[in-house]
Design a protein. Sequence first.
Length: 507
Amino acid sequence: MFKKKIETPFYALIASFINVVLYNIPLFKLGYNNIELSTFNGVLLITSLVITAIVSNFFIFYIAVYLLRHVGKWLLILFFIINSLCVYFIVNYGVLIDRSMIGNILNTNYDEASSFISFTLLSYLIFLGVLPSLFIYRLKYERVKLKPFLLHCSLALIFLLSITYVNAPNWLWVDKNSKTLGSLVMPWSYVANTIRFYHKENKQNQKQTLLPDAKITNDRKSIVVLVIGESARSANYSLYGYDRNTNPLLAKIKDLHVYEAQSSATYTTAGVKAILDYKESNDLNEILPNYLNRNDVEVIWRTTNWGEPKVNIKNYQDQNYLRELCEGTECDYDDVLLYQLKDLIVKSKKNKILIVLHTSTSHGPTYYKKYPPEFEQFTPVCKSVELSNCTNQELVNAYDNTILYTDYLLAKVIENLKQLNEYNSGMIYVSDHGESLGEKNLYMHGIPLSIAPKEQFEIPFIVWTTDKSLQFKNKKTLSQYNVFHSILDFLEVESPIYDKDMSILKK
Ligand SMILES: [Zn+2]
């Protein structure tokens, strides 16, 4: 079968057929679930979707193998391999391959990526990726002449235009679902979105626009610890009404301000940027730690996470640095962020201090690895990286243990601050985004905000302070942009960009 050569158009057609059948099932499933199939129009739409997919892939594959020859063939193989991985994540985690998801993938470090490796993932890779690639590699083709090549291409193009025209009544449907459709069409979803991602990166790699200088107004000693949560959703905090006691320690602390809040995005890079930015915009403004550091505030950034905007300060301490210093089993977890926290503050010669702790405690899918054994109080827990293999209860148990551990960490920060009598101190805890735990068959996060379920953007926003004279506003729902202005208020730093309405303090 592999001895005989077939002609280029057939080769492209076979490749297109494999591509559509193996990798675009999630796309057709979406169509199937969203289209009324009892009507003529519905049948027309779904048939058109399938035919359009086959013909348009044929069109592009044909041009690729014709013009690029061997390189075109390898390109197909590369597509098949990546497609198989994408289908795995779409099927098992309900992700959409859009621009921000590509950003998440390209920003992923080895630790995070390796936590996804599983038997099922390898099976997808072998059966959906490697085997079809071998087939397409062994299949030989003979190039047709230029004239028939041009003729075939024109025919395919005319066909695609006509099918679009026939489907004019369905344009609205396509437009409405374009976001989801575009993220499921393999391989074009990641090809187009990788280009879009780099385009945006390029734009953002420009320097941060410096904000107008700020002024420290007095020499009172004050300190704010900003704790940035990871994938923490408010629904699983007993402070927000969850029926399980996931906040036993915080519940005992007086004067805790617990606000409803929504994140500005459902993925880390955008969520963290929003927490540090003074207003919502596509520009790259100087972020809070850089701004305060430049204006004579002592800023210390500690992180066990990633996906942060560029933090230009000398006291940037990542997990490798911290784990080197810290001794004890607690150093394997986010406790490492609190290592000698008090000493750090006392040693500072400045009156105004901001400490940012960027945690990673509730990051999936291996929730059970994110807390020390003694915090495994809700059992049994999910220990598979394939979340849909666990019962929902096991998954929620593991996740709730991460919240219990977060409760301990926050209470410990507050304990530390309470002992520093000579300081006015405050703590703000806010998460970068929420998390899905199997609701609507979705897991983790990253669904575009406009269509995301509330679990992915309803986040905790908890504030504590030693200064009893401070008055807090009664705000209904906070956004992440409230952080910047509230911290300026806490530290009593004056700035031309300070927005009184955006602070949670009454003045
Ligand atoms: Zn995150």
